[in-house]
Design a protein around this ligand. Structure first.
Ligand SMILES: O=c1ccn([C@@H]2O[C@H](COP(=O)(O)OP(=O)(O)O[C@H]3O[C@H](CO)[C@@H](O)[C@H](O)[C@H]3O)[C@@H](O)[C@H]2O)c(=O)[nH]1
Length: 480
């Protein structure tokens, strides 16, 4: 198990100086539960796929995590060979210990007890006898008695499985049924040791980050409610996600600038967490239409927050940007770098939303915020069904380079060659060449033009915090 280290400050200035302890290695899990304890937590991601790489890498480790505090309750039914319905319920507690009860038909109405077990047990036994429980059932009963020295004492999952495995399947069919179920449940419980998540509402669901995030959420067992304002894109995304995960997601075509539309969704679904990924993102376009950006990014977020709070939903993950830093004072940028000196309207919208979230968290101790400051997202799902190959012409560097690599474009236009960087450009094509052409040994054909307004020469991320808190991941190589 990964040690519970990670006490750290997120900022050098007073407003972000909270310290926190991380207990889990699970990235998304952390983001939506443990890190939320801090009320406010920014993280840097240079390549967004790293988030998902971390998900995948951690899925193995998380199975060794202990239950920390919360208990989980699960119940299932099985039809015994005699035709009698067996209800098996379990409460999982700290350290994977569990309390089990077995009962027939509706006798579970007798309820849970952790003391006075005999009084609780007797009617159950009577009920079983009345219903003519067969030997298999009785073996099961005696097993639990023997293992737990009384019905509701805690026994370890390991002990139970060991006991079950030591019996032969021919004589204890019911046990095997339960054993299988316990194995399943054991895994589920270890995967979900603490968090109580009703549903995760994802805005910007049809987008590049959104589709990947939803896929990972589904594969982690979360229920997802997907929102986007583009109906066609949403339908297409839902179909692709279903093709990858086999799961049909609940979708809503919603304009976040209309608060009533958001409220309408919250009235229909049961969510506890929001991944807010929606927004306009084309940095250079934001100079020409700043109001559209403030509307889509700031006004929409305020609407969302108001509806969330009205419905008691207090956990939000916000997709922010490296643009909140503006011109860097030092490189690589880390979470403690001052924010706010933005060089374009887009960056300012993200900065403003961060401040709004910070103030909201400060005003309400239940309100938990995690901010991811993305740098330059790239990558695609291994299925080939999710990625950035959109029908609209791309605006960003990495998809543009991909198009040059695929022969769909003659060259890359490089904006500015007089920056204070090793090759004078903001993108340093030599690095890009290494990234995309290491196999082919070709160069990216480029043409130069002047700088674009609000651009900076050099920008890079110190992602050690993300590495430390969210697990080890590879910055550039996709794992699929
Ligand atoms: O055809 C192009 C496109 C981009 N660039 C340059 O490449 C760099 C990166 O550009 P791009 O890939 O478009 O990323 P950004 O403008 O940095 O913005 C992206 O990355 C941000 C995080 O850093 C996100 O918040 C934004 O939403 C996302 O558009 C910049 O210096 C651009 O001037 C070119 O030279 N030619």
């Amino acid at each position: 198990m990964r040690p519970s280290h990670g006490v750290k400050a997120f900022s050098r200035n007073g407003s972000l100086s909270r310290r926190g302890r991380f207990v889990s290695t699970r990235p998304l899990y952390n983001i939506m539960s443990n890190t939320c304890r801090h009320g406010w937590k920014p993280s840097l991601f240079t390549v967004f796929t790293s988030v998902f790489i971390a998900f995948v890498a951690d899925r193995k480790r998380q199975k060794t995590l202990d239950c920390k505090s919360e208990i989980s309750y699960l119940s299932t039914r099985a039809i015994l060979p005699s035709g009698v319905e067996l209800v098996v319920s379990a409460i999982f507690m700290k350290n994977h210990s569990l309390a089990i009860k077995l009962c027939l038909d509706n006798s579970s109405a007798s309820g849970w007890k952790t003391d006075n077990t005999e009084a609780w047990l007797r009617p159950i036994f009577n009920s079983w006898n009345d219903n003519g429980a067969d030997m298999n059932t009785l073996i099961l009963v005696s097993m639990w008695q023997q293992q737990s020295h009384g019905w509701m004492k805690r026994v370890s999952l390991q002990q139970i499985l060991k006991y079950l495995n030591s019996n032969t399947s021919s004589t204890i069919q019911a046990c095997n049924l339960t054993c299988l179920w316990l194995r399943e449940v054991g895994e589920i419980v270890k995967l979900r040791p603490q968090m109580s998540v009703k549903g995760v509402l994802v805005t910007g669901a049809a987008g590049y980050v959104g589709t990947h995030a939803i896929t990972e959420l589904i594969q982690e067992g979360f229920k997802v409610i997907a929102l986007d304002y583009r109906q066609d894109a949403l339908t297409d995304a839902a179909a692709r996600i279903k093709a990858v995960t086999g799961t049909e997601i609940q979708v809503f075509c919603v304009d976040l600038c209309d608060k009533h539309e958001i409220a309408n969704v919250f009235q229909q679904v049961d969510v506890s967490h929001v991944l807010h990924l929606a927004g306009l993102k084309a940095v250079r376009q934001s100079h020409g239409s700043p109001l559209a950006f403030y509307n889509a990014n700031v006004v929409a977020t305020i609407n969302l927050l108001e509806v969330m709070l009205e419905h008691g939903v207090c956990n939000i993950l916000f997709s922010s940007s490296s643009k909140v830093y503006g011109t860097p004072s030092y490189l690589p940028l880390d979470e403690t770098h001052p924010t706010g000196a933005c060089t374009n309207p887009y960056g300012r919208t993200k900065y403003m939303v961060e401040e709004i979230l910070r103030d909201t968290a400060a005003s309400n101790q239940n309100f938990k915020v995690t901010v991811l400051r993305f740098f330059n997202p790239c990558g695609a799902h291994g299925s080939g069904l999710l990625g950035e190959d959109r029908s609209q012409p791309p605006q960003n560097l990495l998809p543009l380079i991909c198009q040059v690599a695929l022969g769909r474009r003659d060259h890359l236009t490089v904006y500015g060659s007089d920056y204070n960087t090793p090759d004078g450009t903001g993108i340093q094509p030599r690095n890009i060449k290494n990234l995309f052409y290491s196999g082919a040994g070709e160069n990216v054909p480029v043409e130069f033009c002047g700088r674009k307004p609000g651009e900076i020469g050099a920008c890079s991320a110190d992602n050690s915090c993300a590495h430390r808190d969210l697990g080890t991941f590879n910055m550039f190589l996709h794992p699929y």
